[in-house]
Write a protein that binds this ligand. Sequence first.
Ligand SMILES: NC(=O)c1ccc[n+]([C@@H]2O[C@H](COP(=O)([O-])OP(=O)(O)OC[C@H]3O[C@@H](n4cnc5c(N)ncnc54)[C@H](OP(=O)(O)O)[C@@H]3O)[C@@H](O)[C@H]2O)c1
Length: 413
Amino acid sequence: MNKEINIGLFGFGVVGSGLYNVLNLSEASHIKISKIVVKNPKKKRSIPSENFFFDKQTILLDLKINTVVELINDPEEAYQIVKTALKYGKHVVSANKKMIAEHLNELIALANNNNVSFLYEAAVAGSIPIIRNLEEYYNNDTLSSILGIVNGTTNFILTQANEGISYKKAMQIAQEKGFAETDPTSDVDGFDSKYKLSILIKHAFGIHVNSNSIFNNGIRNIKPRDIQYANEKGYRIKLFARAEKIDNQIIGFVAPQFVKQDNFCYQVNNEFNAITVEAAFSDKQLFIGKGAGSFPTASAVLSDISALVYDYKYEYRKSAVEGKVNFTSNFYVRVYLGSENRIDLSRIDLIQEDESFFSDEYSFKIGWIVFSELEKFDFNEWKEISLIILPNEVELAEIQYFTLQNTTELILE
Ligand SMILES: NC(=O)c1ccc[n+]([C@@H]2O[C@H](COP(=O)([O-])OP(=O)(O)OC[C@H]3O[C@@H](n4cnc5c(N)ncnc54)[C@H](OP(=O)(O)O)[C@@H]3O)[C@@H](O)[C@H]2O)c1
């Protein structure tokens, strides 16, 4: 425990300044921020200006700095900083989910080759210690499913919408409360959730699936009529990042789902995040907490930094399956498709239609479809259509599957 952690901090925004304050409040005398690099020299700061630098080399070339904490909001620049820091033999802690999701295997290899740690607990679900748990506690292959609300902005908006507040008004409240950014596209269209899902899949099931290969449909097109349908059935709508392992196949996607009262996530409201993990013998377990915000996110960053004191590294034990398991879209899923225009609905063929309703104002149909067929549409941009997954889809215990014409079929009772 004598190791000194000498930090070069990139970024002094919501999380960076949070980390600075959290460190000041903690009694970790062996952890010290030596230099802070930010972008804008003209910005007013909450601490004296002599703490700040504007050239990344100030940190990267400083031999006394053994740890880079990367907390900037520019994924491409973050990638360059993290890559260089690892090459220069510095430990790295990052919260940048997009950058990590897109370059994970390369960064792991760099960290291994240079015998340093690369930790990123804060990148997924903020304060919830999910990555370390997937690494250490669920460190075998009994894990079968992960189902998470990993974006607080959308959960906040959906909570309001479930109570009858319009999407527009809910978004306005979210922005006023600081839960939504001025450009909320990454959150509301499910991109942010899929970056996190990509990282979760690596730690849960061992393979890296680049986020470009993961389907994401967000909440932008959910209409009051869909909420009304949910209310009539006793459902709530949640945006789920979901992955499952079935034999040697992994499925994963981000989409809104109807949730029944008996689902662990039904009561997870407002800006809270939650992740249900299901494994063969422990059954279902729920992690819940704040997924964003200055102090909650900084606490996860601090936890990673503290772990460096005892040379903690992710071991990626499950990665031995890399090459032996496939990420697949070849499964059936049961969906609700709603639109104010029934012609739109006719553009999507269901293999089996279970329920439908057509009127001049609003129509919907419910039934089974091969997931790869859904992936052909960009539902985020198709404003007329709402796509919502049916609730029993998340009841993994009920899933049976078999192969039919080269397609893995998920059957729910
Ligand atoms: N906010 C959250 O609750 C939260 C939760 C989980 C994960 N994260 C992740 O944490 C990271 C930081 O988020 P944030 O909310 O703290 O962002 P933020 O408040 O927008 O702050 C971004 C910081 O990055 C600095 N920066 C931008 N480009 C830079 C560059 N090229 N070189 C050096 N500094 C640069 C900015 O400098 P200036 O101050 O000069 O503008 C600013 O200090 C992101 O990856 C985000 O996805 C955030």
